[in-house]
Design a protein around this ligand. Sequence first.
Ligand SMILES: [Mg+2]
Length: 270
Amino acid sequence: MRLQEASPHARLAYIFDLDGVIYRGDEPQPRAREVVAALAERGHAVRYYTNNSSRTRKFYSRRLHSMGIDAPVDDIMTSSYAAALHFVEAGVQGKTVYQIGEEGIKEELEAVGMRVIRDLDEPDAKIDFVVVGIDREFHYRKLARAQEAILSGAKFIATNEDATFPVEGGRVLPGGGCMVAAIRTATAKRPILIGKPETYALDKILQLADVPAERAVMVGDRLETDILVGNRAGVHTVLVLTGISSREEAEQVSEDMKPDEIIETLAELL
Ligand SMILES: [Mg+2]
């Protein structure tokens, strides 16, 4: 989607992915702080949206703050918080969730009144939903429990299906999609996907920022999540080459994942 420049003073919304865009592991990306500060200074809405479900919005707010970026909790969307919003809209607060995941899922879901069970706790509980994200203590018995719950009728929900995420030194680690794939294999069922490339949370961000899609910019490092979600939602899409996807991949990918712009670093946004 072409960015609508009705007036040079139009307020835009910039939605930044985090891993590979604002930072890589604990290292901020070059000039990230300066770029987001300048955009905010010009009156644009700046928001952050990560598919990573492992941490709470509060955690990301503090992490950004430690990098000199002022991002209140309300300006941050995670796939865990999006799952919490999804449960609230479905009116199922008080129901029981079995989670494969970390504190991001637990805290965001409990904050909206879901009952969250982890690991092998409460073996006799009736499970209504299985919510899956990255779990760095994933093991066979968790997989077996998720399998049993889903085969007994619990709804299978994935926060994201990212295969990898980028960390320091150009390396990648296995992402939440690996746990989701294990459960898909064990149950032969597809999950309801909450995070990118589904547009649910991005639409929410725009609605809350009060900016229409044609005046929004999604900045991400991964074609099959960040760019695809932006294209689906009708926002202007920018691929930054500091994370997962390369220029060659962007040139060869199918039309729905092609970014409107490719930039080497965030500095080119200014
Ligand atoms: Mg990323």
